[in-house]
Design a protein around this ligand. Structure first.
Ligand SMILES: [Zn+2]
Length: 177
């Protein structure tokens, strides 16, 4: 297996432990996204894409986050002792979605990604730098453009025309027979 491309999105706050997001392409034909580069105690390391582990409510079967005390669906108190724990006895909250199954592969990914990360740091110092990583998430709206709900009443924010349109459509509806 060859890692044929690495794309990096550097985080803007250098004080955070999350340094960058990245994607890797394997053998020019398979892409894995959402790997993270995290600042560890002995330098940056690569974390595989992961998801939050969910637990089914014993009462209604609804999925809840492991740390939830009560079911989001039925409100029943959730058992805590069933969660898997790591070697340190801490509750495992995340599971890798894609990951290497041997240390050779893990090392290969780590090396390729960290090398690309260091190159990206240099590129980012050039004027007109644009990240090659495609961010599919929608950015949070700017607080200047969208005032929070507390700053204006719902009736003041609702456009008058929208209220009128709703009324006229109901008036145009043919009478029931
Ligand atoms: Zn429930």
């Amino acid at each position: 297996m060859q890692i044929t491309e690495v794309r990096i999105k550097l985080m803007e706050d250098p004080s955070e432990r999350l340094l960058a997001f990245c994607s890797i392409t394997l053998d020019d034909c398979f892409v894995v996204r959402d790997l993270k580069i995290i600042q560890g105690q002995s330098g940056p390391f690569v974390a595989m894409p992961s998801r939050k582990i969910m637990a089914h409510c014993p009462n209604c079967g609804c999925k809840n986050h492991l740390k939830a005390n009560y079911c989001n669906q039925c409100g029943r108190r959730l058992p805590q002792e069933t969660a898997a724990r790591d070697e340190q006895g801490r509750v495992r909250l995340y599971a890798d979605i894609a990951h290497p199954i041997n240390s050779t592969c893990r090392e290969q990914i780590q090396q390729a990604v960290i090398q690309a990360y260091q190159l990206e740091l240099k590129k980012a110092q050039q004027p007109g730098y644009v990240s090659s990583y495609e961010d599919v998430d929608i950015p949070a709206p700017s607080p200047h453009l969208y005032p929070s709900q507390g700053s204006s009443t719902p009736s003041a924010r609702q456009p008058r025309s929208q209220v009128n349109t709703g009324k006229s459509t109901s008036e145009k509806r043919p009478p029931q027979q």
